[in-house]
Every structure is written in C-alpha cells, then in structure tokens.
Design a binder for this molecule. Structure first.
Ligand code: AMP
Length: 434
C-alpha cells in the first residue's frame, strides 16, 4: 500500500512553490518521474545529492525544480556579476536545453537565468551576466574564460549542479571543472548527476559533495526493456547499403544513426542522400549554425535521418525518435545503453537496430554481457553476413574446454535502496550561508 502511494505521487505532494506547480501543470506534466520523486524531497531539504540517471529520465527537472524553489523562496537583490546557482554541463546543446527548462518551469517566478557556452561571441553573454543572475547554466571552458576576465563571480554560488559528470570526464573537462570548484564557496548545496560512475567520478563526487543522498534510477537492464532491440550481421562494406535499404520502411519516422567517426558520419550521409533519403550529419567539425540547422530540421521532421558521433549526440534531446541505428557498435558497452535510450523516451516504444561486422563481434559480446541480454536477430535482410555468429553460450557443451556446461548464472536479487528519508519542511533554515 505504501509502495502504491509512492508510485502514485503527484507534483502537488512534493512541497514545491505554487508558481512552480502551476508551470508544471501548464507544461502538461502530471506526475514526477522516478528520479524526480526521489531526488526532489532531499534537495528541497538542502541536502547534497548524487544522482545516477541518464538523459531521458527527467533528471533536468529533478535538479531544476528544487533550485527554483530555493531561490524563489528567498529572493536576493541582484549583485554585480554574481551568480546564486550554477549548472555546469558538458555541451552547448545541453546547456541550451537546461536553459529552456529553467525558463519553462520558472516562467511564473522573477528569477534571472542565462546560458553561456563557447563557439559564439562572448559579448552578449558578458552583458547578460553583468548585473548578476540567479541561475547560470554554462559549459566549463567559456565559464572559465569569463571568470578569468572578471566578468563572472562565483564566490556566492549557493547551489551547484554538475550535470553529466561522466561526459565531462570523457570530453576532458575534469581539470576545468576542478578549477571552477576552487572558485565556489564551501557554503553551498551541491548536486552531481552522472549516467555512470567510473572511478574518477566517484573520486570527484567525494570532493564536491558533503554527506550526499544517493539516488539511482533505471539501471541499464531495465532501461533497455522497452526498446525492441535487433541485431543485423553484415559485412563492413555493405553497411551503408543495408542502412539505405532499411530506411525505405515507412515505420521509420525519425532515426538517429550512430557512427564511430566524424568522417564515417559524413560518408553515411552522402550515401543516403544519393539514394534519395533526407539525412544530415552532426559532429564536432560542423559549425554551431550547421548543427542547429540539422537539429531543428530533424526535430521538425524535414530530415528523417540524423547521423551522429557519440559526443555530438550527447546534447540531442529530440522526442519521437522511432529508431536508433548503431551503424558502428560502440567500444564501451555503457555507450550502447546510452545510445539506444534515445528512442523509447517518455514511455513510448522504440526500435534499436545494431549492425555488427565480423571485427565488431567481440564488442557485441561485451554489450550483451553488460545488458544481460542476447540481442535477437533481425529477420531476413539482403546483406546478411556469410560468417555465422556463435556466442560462447551457444557452443555445444561437448565442444567447450573440459566439456562442461557453462551453467546459468544465479538469479541476482537486485536490492533497491529506495531511500527517500523523512521529509521535513524546508525553508526554516532560510538560504544557506546567509
Ligand atoms: P531529461 O532527462 O531531463 O532530459 O528529460 C527527458 C524528457 O522528459 C524531456 O523532454 C522532458 O521535457 C520530459 N519530462 C521531464 N519530466 C517529466 C514529467 N514529470 N512528465 C513528463 N515528461 C517529463
């Protein structure tokens, strides 16, 4: 009974300020997602938090709503160049999306927010922060530039969010993040979100967070359940023709294709266009303008196929992706889960098609081990690889070394922590450090 009550929790039960609830209502959100219902109460109490969740879980609102609540509950007069809440995120696309979320959820509040990122002129950003802002959303490089030039003062930050910490690590931003941390005051609430927790991020979180509440949602094995995953064995040289063939299916409305390299992405696009498909590539060699044009074309349905590298795809938040194609398999199994999670968002169903050539078979086995699932074969296709796939578990027992059966692994009892702690009303302490 208490479990039912917990899953049926509404935003109204979360003790958020009325203007925030109204904005959520107008946005059409009825119920908090699991990360939201578990992260918002401790954050409203002012606790530090480590959230293990990927894009698509609703994590942005999970950290944005308590931040808005906190700042609006005790408004401060603007102070030159100062920032009250800082969100650090790895890519400009993510920064822009978080900025949009802050504006949406905070539309009935009088808080000033701005977004800063590299790749565009800094003057408008300098003007935006000149008189101070309540919420600053930034990528690390540009933020440091503006701090070094004296345009931004981080010494009064009361809420600090490090978003997508594992991507920060992948993209080489950890030294920049550490420099930003040195500029913050000790008196602050800190939040770290990461889809995965490699060792470096565990270490980093220890240096940022004080006695944090840990909230973890959608471990890989459950994230992928809603997605119809299929494996297509194909020779490397036939991959482009296979993709083109699959795209003739009308069920594919919006497809995100992942390639390992930027050149690979460009080659795929060229090939698809030659075959009459609408496709664009998005990767680090494209200008900001070209990336934005490709994204808006994709979002608005003028372009069916977007071909991306992993890093470029990080910031893509497009609803209604019906299919994800792993044109090349990723080297890291977790990336597979990340990629296919781009479809089947917000409760919808999605399809993930993975191409696998002979050289990629070890990668496939790693992925299957990690997701604890053998990806089922796609039915017939005209570019079938001639080399059969034999998984270790499919080898006949008498052919295995020692002739012993592998034996099924014991059923693992995943224990859920589900800690949400006792909720006390916030606000009694006022803003920390003041
Ligand atoms: P995020 O994980 O923050 O990137 O959010 C993923 C998507 O879910 C975004 O498109 C959000 O607008 C949407 N979203 C976030 N919270 C909710 C909610 N409580 N109900 C419905 N949609 C949501």
């Amino acid at each position: 009974m208490s479990d039912v009550a917990k899953t049926e929790r509404l935003f109204r039960d979360l003790d958020l300020l009325e203007p925030i609830l109204r904005a959520l209502d107008e946005t059409g959100y009825e119920k908090p997602t699991p990360i939201q219902s578990r992260a918002i109460p401790p954050l409203l109490e002012g606790k530090d938090l480590v959230g293990i969740a990927q894009t698509g879980t609703g994590k942005t609102a999970a950290f944005t709503l308590p931040m808005l609540d906190f700042l609006a509950g005790d408004p401060q007069p603007p102070s030159k160049r100062c920032v009250s809440a800082l969100v650090l995120t790895p890519t400009r696309e993510l920064a822009a999306q978080i900025g949009d979320s802050v504006k949406t959820y905070g539309q009935h509040l009088k808080l000033r927010s701005t977004v800063i990122f590299g790749g565009v002129g800094q003057e408008p950003q300098v003007r935006a922060v000149r008189n101070g802002v309540d919420i600053l959303i930034a990528t690390p490089g540009r933020l440091l530039d503006l701090c070094d030039q004296g345009h931004v003062d981080l010494s009064e930050v009361e809420v600090f969010v490090l978003d997508e910490a594992d991507r920060m690590l992948d993209m080489g931003f950890l030294p920049a993040v550490r420099r930003v941390l040195q500029m913050l005051s000790e008196e602050r609430q800190s939040v770290l979100f990461s889809a995965t927790m490699p060792k470096d991020i565990v270490e980093l979180s220890k240096s940022i967070l004080k006695d944090p509440v840990r909230v973890e949602v959608t471990p890989p094995s459950t994230t992928v359940e809603k997605i119809d995953q299929k494996l297509l064995l194909v020779e490397k040289a036939d991959k482009r023709a296979l993709l083109s063939h699959l795209l003739n299916d009308d069920a594919i409305e919006r497809v995100l294709v992942f390639t390992r390299t930027k050149h690979g992405a460009d080659r795929v696009v060229k090939h698809l266009r030659r075959d009459g498909h609408t496709a664009e590539a998005i990767h680090g060699n494209k200008s900001q303008g070209a990336r934005e044009r490709a994204l808006s074309g994709f979002r608005e349905g003028r372009i069916t196929t977007l071909v991306a590298t992993d890093i470029a795809a990080r910031g893509i938040d497009v609803d209604g992706i019906t299919h994800v194609v792993n044109f090349d398999l990723p080297n890291v199994p977790e990336t597979y889960v990340h990629r296919i999670g781009r479809t089947a968002r917000a409760g919808r169903e999605g399809v993930a098609l993975s191409f696998c050539d002979v050289e990629e078979r070890p990668l496939l086995l790693d992925i299957e081990k990690s997701i604890r699932l053998q990806i089922p074969r796609f039915g017939e296709h005209p570019f079938q690889s001639s080399e059969p796939l034999v998984r270790p578990s499919e080898k006949r027992p008498d052919l295995q070394p020692g002739g012993r059966r592998g034996g099924r692994s014991k059923s693992s009892n995943s224990s859920r922590s589900g800690r949400s702690g006792g909720r006390g009303r916030r606000g009694s302490q006022g803003r920390r450090g003041r």
